[in-house]
Design a protein around this ligand. Structure first.
Ligand code: C2E
Ligand code: CA
Ligand code: CA
Length: 738
């Protein structure tokens, strides 16, 4: 044959091109007759099918063919000689290709030199042989038609197989993606699956969705939720941060048109489930084949429902772990973070931060301003501590911070709120109380750590002098004990085990009894008392039990009026102690009026004792109620006067009838200073026209001193201890009357 050059060229083309898809249809010729090789090559020179030539690979024996097939199997067609080394070498070759190598797609054309050789029909069908020709039949035209029909059938088989493989992958991808709960890993999974589907490197791909992945930042904005390859570091940032205008505009175009975008070098898939929309961008470098496009459409439809599920789970997670108002992590999330911190053995400090008087600000300025203030506090905390610490909203007006001691300490945190906080245009100065708990790498649950910090915070809130406290284990023992007392008080009260006792008040001149003070008692099962009022009243106030308890004391005290009236014909008052929570409940004034009516108390008999600190702490709330009570005929006394911080100016504003000098001053009378205080208070009280009652009167000396000052009434062990009603009535019977 003359075309040696051509042969070389063809050989060169075929050589080394492992995937010569673009260069020509890969065809393997197996024949022990060199003539056949040359003739075929020559005949196929002008061959074209779908604009592609053939790329021939030559094997001169079955053995050589096996060797070639061992290293590459991408042939579209094999032209196979039947008789080579042996009579059935070609048929063995067919078995090898189909059975051993599992090459089911390649088309096989058998050729034989002996026209009389009878091919077994069984071989023909079971080994999927396309054609069976004698070599003499292989004129150029016949060869062309045989190869074309083989290639056409090869291509159809390939397409079907590709589709099947693609669909299998999609089904797998979808079920794998279904498993992924987190949006980030879902997006990443999509990218990996797509890369596999299109045989692309995992790169050049960006996923975006409307709405920030971790919060309500810009609901219409596009954010990267997953990225791989060159865009990998952009995860969770706005799409605008992607430094490739082409990518950004392609994604925007897709989201706007709400459909897939297939461009020559890029593809953007539009995915949507309900309200959730997203786009998957991938760089393809060359146009996608029509079959690949179809696959991607099926893929997009499949992942859309996964996407919807993931978004839903994500949303539920977000709602479960975030505060709707500020967008900060909530209490559950904070506890989870603390769990992780404790597990990691990190040495950090937890701070709980309580906004003082938030309730007043909220009531006074309106809830909108209150909400704005909370958002302002959240923003301030994030701005100042967000880098080093985790910040959360733990309760209505309590925020949590956890981070290194250098950032989480009293000085730094007070400094954070040294400037007023912006709240809907108002610049509000804030004062805060802090509770700290150091995490020293010990094994404690997040919940336990939070509780400790909370105990410290409550300590700080109750303290008059300190605005922060660090947790120490003794606090916990104490708080457990306190909890037990509260629970027992609750049950004992419910079972009617508490009692109201009465202590007389007498006139310093003449010793006539002019009233009683009702005092709570908690008798124990073995005589004595479970706890004194000094201990359990503050706990009852702290836990709120005092509201029911106080209502019952008021009723019990008013109930003795008829009996008392018999024994005390003249001036008579029945005093009841009232705690702050009773005022705050609302409806207290009506309750008092109702009690007076029910027990037939005339005006001026019932006296309510309020401690100085109560009257001063929330003056506005209290003053209104006190004024209303006085209008209803109730006398108001300031209890423990002299121990608080009330200024004279304040005292003048308070609608009161009586001052009770704290027994601490009476006690000190013999020792100097106390006498001076008592003198000042008596003088002040007389000037304001108030009744003065001296508490804790134990000795004649004290009585004499106060009588000398012109103090009207006294109460104390000198006259009588608090007693049950029958004892009181017996005591009264032995006293001088008016
Ligand atoms: P308070 O209102 O200052 O009550 C007077 C306290 O002084 C009573 O203590 C009384 O027993 C005690 N006392 C009376 N005379 C003398 C005396 O000569 N010497 C000494 N050392 N003490 C005297 P008590 O009953 O232990 O009550 C303690 C506090 O518990 C009361 O102080 C009051 O603040 C509170 N409390 C008692 N009962 C009630 C109640 O029903 N409701 C409320 N909210 N608080 C109550
Ligand atoms: Ca009192
Ligand atoms: Ca008192």
């Amino acid at each position: 044959m003359q075309d040696d050059d051509l042969i070389t060229v063809l050989d060169d083309e075929g050589e080394g091109a492992l995937a010569p898809v673009e260069t020509g249809w890969p065809v393997l010729i197996v024949d022990d007759d060199e003539e056949v090789h040359l003739a075929t090559r020559y005949a196929m020179q002008t061959f074209r099918y779908l604009d592609r030539a053939v790329a021939l690979t030559h094997a001169h024996s079955a053995a050589e063919a096996r060797a070639i097939l061992a290293s590459r199997q991408d042939f579209a067609v094999v032209l196979l000689d039947v008789v080579m080394e042996t009579q059935d070498a070609g048929l063995q070759m067919v078995r090898h290709i189909r059975d051993d190598l599992g090459m089911s797609e390649v088309r096989i054309i058998l050729r034989t030199g002996q026209p009389g050789y009878a091919m077994e029909l069984e071989v023909f069908t079971s080994y999927d042989i396309n054609d069976y020709r004698t070599k003499s039949e292989l004129t150029q035209t016949r060869l062309f038609t045989a190869v074309i029909s083989a290639l056409r059938s090869y291509q159809q088989i390939r397409t079907i197989a590709e589709n099947r493989r693609g669909l299998e992958k999609i089904v797998h991808a979808a079920s794998d993606l279904m498993e992924l709960r987190a949006l980030g890993s879902f997006a990443e999974g999509v990218l990996i699956q797509l890369a596999g589907l299109l045989r692309l490197p995992v790169d050049g791909i960006v996923c975006a969705q409307r709405g920030a992945p971790t919060g309500p930042a810009d609901p219409q904005g596009l954010y990267v939720i997953g990225a791989a390859g060159r865009h990998a570091d952009l995860v969770a940032s706005p799409l605008s941060r992607v430094d490739a205008p082409g990518v950004v505009s392609a994604i925007e175009q897709c989201m706007q048109a709400r459909q897939h975008l297939f461009a020559p070098a890029l593809t953007v898939l539009y995915i949507r489930s309900g309200e959730s929309e997203g786009a998957v961008y991938l760089q393809t470098d060359s146009p996608l084949a029509a079959t690949d496009q179809q696959l991607l459409e099926v893929f997009a439809a499949n992942i859309s429902s996964c996407y919807g599920n993931v978004r839903l789970v994500e949303r539920l997670n977000y709602v479960a772990y975030h505060d709707g108002l500020t967008g900060l992590p909530n209490r559950s999330c904070f506890i989870r973070d603390l769990d992780a911190v404790a597990r990691a053995g990190e040495q950090v400090v937890i701070a709980l931060l309580d906004l003082r008087h938030f309730a007043d600000l909220n009531d006074g300025l309106g809830h909108d301003v209150g909400n704005a203030l909370l958002k302002g506090v959240a923003a301030r905390l994030l701005e100042r501590l967000g880098g080093a610490c985790r910040v959360a909203r733990i309760g209505a007006d309590v925020f949590g911070v956890v981070g290194p001691e250098a950032a989480v300490n009293p000085e730094s945190l007070f400094e954070v709120f040294a400037q007023p906080v912006d709240a809907a245009g108002n610049h509000l100065p804030l004062s805060i109380t802090l509770g700290f708990c150091r995490v020293l790498g010990e094994e404690r649950s997040g919940l336990a750590l939070l509780k400790s910090a909370n105990i410290a915070l409550n300590r700080a809130k109750r303290s008059l002098s300190e605005s922060y406290q660090y947790f120490v284990p003794e606090m916990e023992d104490r708080s457990r004990w306190r909890l037990e007392i509260i629970n027992r008080l609750r049950t004992d009260f419910r079972e009617g085990l508490l009692e109201v006792w009465f202590q007389p008040k007498v006139q310093l001149r003449g010793g006539v009894c002019v009233g009683v003070e009702a005092l709570l008692r908690w008798p124990g099962p073995e005589g004595g008392f479970v706890q004194p009022p000094d201990v359990f009243i503050p706990l009852a106030e702290y836990s709120g039990v005092i509201v029911d308890l106080g209502r019952w004391v008021l009723d019990s005290a008013a109930a003795i009026y008829p009996a008392l009236r018999q024994s005390i014909p003249g001036e008579l008052s029945i005093a009841v102690n009232i705690s702050m929570p009773q005022f705050l409940g609302g409806g207290f004034v009506d309750e008092v009026r109702e009690v007076m009516v029910r027990h037939g108390l005339p005006r001026g008999v019932l006296e309510l004792e309020v401690t100085e600190s109560v009257a001063m702490e929330e003056p506005k709330a209290v003053i209104g109620s006190l004024a209303a009570l006085r209008d209803a005929g109730v006398r108001v006394a300031i209890d423990d006067f002299g121990t608080g911080y009330s200024s004279l100016a304040h005292l003048r504003e308070l609608p009161i009838d009586c001052l009770k000098i704290d027994r601490a001053f009476i006690k000190d009378i013999a020792g100097g200073e106390g006498g001076m205080f008592a003198e000042t208070i008596v003088a002040l009280g007389s000037k304001l026209g108030l009744t003065i009652v001296a508490e804790g009167m134990e000795t004649e000396e004290q009585a004499g001193f106060l009588r000398g000052l012109g103090c009207g009434v006294a109460q104390g062990y000198l006259y009588a201890r608090p007693m049950r009603l029958p004892d009181l009535l017996a005591w009264l019977a032995s006293r001088p009357r008016h």
